[in-house]
Design a protein around this ligand. Structure first.
Ligand code: ATP
Ligand code: MG
Ligand code: MG
Ligand code: MG
Length: 474
């Protein structure tokens, strides 16, 4: 089944259950000071859960453009290394605002997966919230009983608060969830260890596809829970993961959501996907990141030096750096992928087509400017090597190059290694730590799915990593 049809079937299924199909909200959020990017389907409906406003229908469904690169949901470092986390992805969802509850949500999810999409029941596992004594939250017995009517008990797993309890923040609506996981391993692998033991263990072939959240409590300021007068359902299914299952492949990148992009990357860079892990990671990073960046620009968010723009710039520079280092791309090339992306996704997301020229121009400019930075860095690194006859480059020097000139540390290490120089990584880390401590004063609060952000703070971006360096020069 083509991805286009998979998306359509989802929406039409819920339409047949009296849901209104609504458009995706923008991925870049402009009017919420607490959240920079949409990171889940429910974001645009937040006010309805809080009891403010009335939805068009008490049942809605959509596919939502999400970006998970900051705050509680930051998957950036996984992207490319694994095959099922993206920066930008689509989350298919169905909602009940004070309408149906667990019974329908569970039964319909099962019906859609096993009868419409015809997924083999034998590869599915479901999870139920196990309860939490400390916080006096009961086990989700209701969901357990409902699932027991549908699936054998050995397919039901109990999950902890981290995986199976959703909260909007320190206060407010919350509730248990049931997740659906798939086991795509070979029979031989399955014989070695049962799939239920691998659920939520970061196994690349035993992955979560759908999360059904049952919003039934309100957490009060004193931490206690009270029953909500109206109960809600909030579900989210990863579209690309669903495509992986339905197209019989073992990686999101082998679905038709990504193969046109990957073919184009192979063509432009003269590389081959599937031969060498390092190259594959680079290709996946680029295929993923061009989507995040193009969708952001199409939403009106240009790369920049603060706030959301800074995050987008960082993502693009990560793609450029992977191309530069592992695919030998010394000239702008990421912008050339926008055409393929727009052909692939333009029907579902017309804004991509409408903004194609802008996306290409902005990305090309960004690429050229960052490539100039990299060139400058290479010259400076050459100088450092000349000034270091004992071939032992200090962490301080590398940090200077990183901090003042924006030169990525892993590139420094790579080049030094190739030329027979060593690098004091430990000292570099110490310098980095000192810098982190200095900027920590600009602290932010992460509570639940909402991250407090200050659009003026470049330090607001969470997660220092080896890639931090690449965006120092803005
Ligand atoms: P995971 O445990 O795999 O990181 P999650 O529990 O963080 O997923 P949810 O917040 O429950 O994910 O989101 C609902 C669904 O969205 C998940 O079941 C999954 O299919 C999908 N999803 C979540 N994060 C990503 C991502 N980074 N890329 C692609 N799909 C994702
Ligand atoms: Mg996650
Ligand atoms: Mg999870
Ligand atoms: Mg989940």
């Amino acid at each position: 089944m083509r991805s286009q049809d998979i998306r359509k079937h989802f929406l039409e299924f819920f339409k047949s259950k009296n849901h209104s199909i609504v458009p995706s909200a923008p991925m870049v959020i402009k009017d919420d000071p607490t959240l920079m990017f949409t990171n889940a389907g429910m974001n645009q409906f937040k006010e309805f859960f809080l009891g403010n406003g009335t939805p068009v229908n008490s049942r809605v469904t959509d596919t939502q453009k999400c970006l998970r690169v900051s705050g509680k949901h930051n998957d950036l470092e996984e992207v490319g290394k694994d095959t099922y986390h993206h920066t930008m992805f689509e989350m298919l969802g169905n909602w009940s605002f004070g309408d149906y509850f667990k019974k329908e949500a569970i039964e319909w999810a099962w019906e859609l997966l096993t009868e419409v999409y015809k997924i083999d029941k034998e590869i599915l596992y479901v999870s139920v919230f196990e309860g939490n004594e400390e916080e006096e939250i009961p086990v989700d017995g209701e969901a357990l009983e409902l699932w027991k009517k549908i699936v054998p008990e050995d397919r039901i797993i109990f999950g902890n608060k981290k995986d199976n309890f959703w909260e909007m923040g320190d206060q407010g609506p919350c509730g248990p969830s049931s997740e659906i996981h798939v086991d795509l391993r070979s029979e031989e692998e399955k014989a070695k260890i049962p799939g239920r033991e691998l659920v939520n263990q970061d196994h690349p072939l035993v992955v979560e596809i759908w999360n059904l959240v049952f919003i039934q409590f309100n957490r009060k300021a004193d931490g206690s829970l009270e029953k909500l007068p109206a109960q809600h359902v909030d579900t989210g299914m990863g579209f690309e993961r669903l495509c992986m299952v339905l197209q019989g492949v073992k990686s999101n990148y082998d679905t038709d959501v990504f193969t046109p992009l990957i073919k184009e990357i192979e063509k432009i860079t003269g590389s081959t996907y599937g031969k060498n892990e390092e190259t594959d990671i680079a290709i996946r990073v680029i295929a993923d990141h061009v989507r995040a960046v193009a969708f952001a620009i199409a939403d009106g968010q240009l790369p920049g030096s603060t706030g959301a723009g800074y995050v987008i710039r960082r993502i693009l520079r990560r793609a450029i750096r992977y191309g530069f280092t592992f695919l030998n791309q010394k000239e702008a090339f990421v912008y050339k992928l926008v055409d393929t992306l727009s052909k692939q996704m333009g029907e579902a997301f017309p804004e991509l087509r409408a903004q194609q020229n802008l996306c290409e121009n902005v990305i090309r400019e960004e690429e050229n400017s960052f490539l100039r930075t990299l060139d400058q860095g290479l010259i400076l690194l050459d100088q450092i090597m000349q000034e270091t006859p004992d071939k032992k480059v200090s962490g301080k020097k590398a940090f200077e190059l990183y901090d003042t000139f924006g030169f990525p540390i892993d590139l420094t290490a790579l080049i030094l290694g190739e030329k027979g120089y060593s690098l004091d990584q430990k000292e570099f880390e110490e310098e980095l730590q000192k810098q982190k401590d200095r900027s920590r004063s600009a602290s932010k609060v992460i509570s639940g799915d909402w991250q407090e952000v200050n659009a003026g703070e470049t330090e607001g971006f969470v997660g220092y990593d080896t890639l931090e360096a690449e965006v120092k020069i803005l």
